[in-house]
Write a protein that binds this ligand. Sequence first.
Ligand code: ADP
Ligand code: MG
Length: 310
Amino acid sequence: MRVLLALGGNAMTNAGRARPEDQIGAAEVAMAAVASMLEQDVDVVITHGNGPQVGNLLVKNEVAAAVVPPVPLDWCGAQTQGTLGFVLMDALDVELARRGVDRRTAAVVTRALVDAADSGFAKPTKPIGRFLPADEAAVMQEHGQVWEDRGEKGWRRVVASPEPLEILDAAAVRALVDAGFVVIANGGGGIPVVRDPDGRLRGVEAVIDKDLGAALLARTVAADVLVIGTDVPNAVLRYGTPEAESLGAVTVAELRGYAAEGHFASGSMGPKVDAACRFVEQGGTRAVITDLDHLAAAIAGDAGTVVVPT
Ligand code: ADP
Ligand code: MG
């Protein structure tokens, strides 16, 4: 069986702090959960969020702009794939050795193709980075960035969040997983690139949704199961109300219906539900949304919100 595991930034980041030792500590906790999954006889490809890490790089960009040229968002994506890939491999290697699981790990810098005509570029909607006061936001706008007035909290940068069309480095991921590696790939949804008319690939200022990137990668590497690991054990109907109800096994059609009724917030649970539905609609055996404590059970569909074809 082949599993695509998508780990959320929240499941991997210690609340509040982002010192390297905090991030390493969070990676160790997450990789201990992943190692319990790897004790079973399954191929695993891991993808991960990078929101908090890119947020930190953007602050460095802003603070150091007069000294070091700011780097574009696609570079931030590549940098976080490299750093998180390294941190996760280190943490996973230790856990696997401790459990006597003989597996090797690899991380692949992964590009995802998007359409230069994606509507997100004309009308960016995805908020990223920190809030700034109006005068500081104005300086960044002079650099061509789009910022929005968010009232009391200040101004926030918005960028395109285009649909991922193709995971360009999927063949490398497949070759490694076929050879027995545990592969970390397509972090942050993939480095967004467009193909110019002359065939050349070019990185773009955008962020791809990590969960939608995961669904596409899962299909491309022929995964049987998509596990979306986050910080809640289930998707919930009427979330945050006294009538909240955790979802267990659910069919794609039922889940699509709940989504249409507005049960899942667009910036958080919404894309996970969409990714889970897409994966199963396109032939996946099941998709599971759950937290780190339930990863091992999730493979067999014994925990979390389990999305099945019928
Ligand atoms: P990740 O970093 O894993 O992508 P997100 O913060 O994007 O995490 O999404 C997980 C969060 O979604 C949960 O912590 C929860 O607060 C929120 N959420 C919104 N709507 C729902 C819902 N209907 N059921 C469960 N969680 C929900
Ligand atoms: Mg998220």
